[in-house]
Design a protein around this ligand. Structure first.
Ligand code: CP3
Length: 347
């Protein structure tokens, strides 16, 4: 693995001294960038963009050409795993992701098998292309969805507020749901190991819908499988865990053996730091809506969040959720440069 010339991100994960606070942005390659929209139009569809390594590599690199970001994230989607399991994924402009074969009964769940790694080779190929371009300048993050979050989409078949069908399955046939989650934990582990072998230096688990669960169910249906995945990776690379609306479970999350916890904007960085102590680093947590305001409001919010974390290493600046398509690209410039500038006195 080449030595990173920009090591801020990896050093902050290890809580080693840095010159300033590193920043990257969830969904940093996305529709707010005109360059992304152009490449996506050239691809014809979102899934073709994901499945064409040259184009996926191109959009991964676009935000790095515009901004002084401290990490790259491979362009892909969490739903590539269910797609490779045969559920047939389409991402439709006005509706988001839709599966042509959702898994809603015992028969379809019992029929599922681990995806053939060859069906996800396009992700590994894109990673290799990006690493060739980056040549060790900036670290690259790989990712997967959590088993619970993947299952929510697989059972519902699409995005749906509250994901009622998986809750019904959890109440009526919990053993069947555990069977699905257990298979997904193996599929996620296999896909993360594939990405690590292809060259990513960190992996992130997106548990976007873990916050729909109560504490007892979060432990049983989401955190249990996240822990299994973290332990199976066996410290090969640092792991970032992100449960949206997971602020009440930071201590349990830190005990999984992960290296970083991503927090959304509902949790205070000061409180989170007190809870996790020296166990993990923290990533977050600006409200993405702030990027729709104006440069002086963005600067004030950055200053507030840097002060909330306080002095020392272990903070990776990010949003509390993905950047939205309506953000003016100039505001991202203000954000990235302000984080680097205003964080200097804290290091
Ligand atoms: O961060 C990055 O730059 C890497 C790319 C990335 C995408 N999806 C690209 C994408 C990542 C990390 C994801 C993760 C993902 N995908 C999550 C977890 C993170 C989160 O946002 O909570 C989830 C839940 C999904 C499933 C998914 N994919 C949804 C709900 C949608 C529609 C969202 C929307 O805004 O329309 C997608 C499609 C998708 N994945 C887009 C992008 C850039 C937008 C579609 C497009 O460009 O046509």
């Amino acid at each position: 693995m080449p030595l990173q010339s920009n090591a801020r991100f990896l050093r902050a994960i290890a809580r080693e001294p840095t010159d300033c606070t590193p920043i990257w942005i969830m969904r940093q390659a996305g529709r707010y960038l005109p360059q992304y929209r152009a490449t996506r139009a050239r691809a014809g569809s979102f899934m073709t963009l994901c499945k064409t390594p040259e184009l996926a590599a191109e959009v991964t690199l676009q935000p790095l050409q515009c901004y002084a970001l401290d990490a790259a994230i491979i362009f892909s989607d969490i739903l590539t795993i269910p797609d490779a399991m045969g559920l047939g994924l389409q991402v439709i402009e006005s509706k988001g992701p839709v599966f042509s074969h959702p898994v809603q009964d015992e028969k379809s769940i019992l029929h599922l098998t681990l995806p053939d790694p060859a069906k996800l080779a396009y992700v590994y190929d894109a990673i290799k292309l990006v690493q060739r371009e980056l040549a060790g300048r900036i670290p690259l993050i790989g990712f997967c969805g959590s088993p619970w979050t993947l299952a929510a989409y697989m059972v519902e078949g699409k995005s749906m507020p509250g994901f009622p069908l998986i809750h019904e399955m959890k109440e009526k046939t919990p053993a069947l749901l555990h069977q699905l989650l257990s298979l997904l934990a193996k599929a996620v582990t296999q896909h993360l190991l594939g990405q690590i072998q292809a060259g990513v230096q960190t992996v992130m688990l997106f548990d976007t819908w873990g916050g729909l669960l109560n504490t007892q169910d979060y432990e049983a249906f989401s955190l249990y499988y996240l822990r299994e995945i973290v332990q199976a990776l066996n410290q090969s690379v640092p792991v970032i865990l992100f449960t949206k609306k997971g602020g009440q479970w930071l201590s349990q999350m830190a005990d999984t053996g992960c290296d970083v916890i991503g927090i959304d904007w509902e949790t205070s960085l000061t409180d989170a730091r007190k809870i996790v102590g020296t166990r993990v680093a923290l990533q977050g947590n600006m409200d993405p809506a702030i990027l729709l305001s104006d440069p002086s409001t963005i600067r004030k919010e950055v200053a507030r969040l840097l002060a909330a974390y306080g002095h020392g290493s272990g903070h990776i600046f990010n949003l509390g959720h993905g950047i939205t398509p309506d953000v003016p690209p100039e505001h991202v410039q203000v954000l990235v440069d302000t984080v680097h500038e205003l964080s200097l006195p804290y290091h």
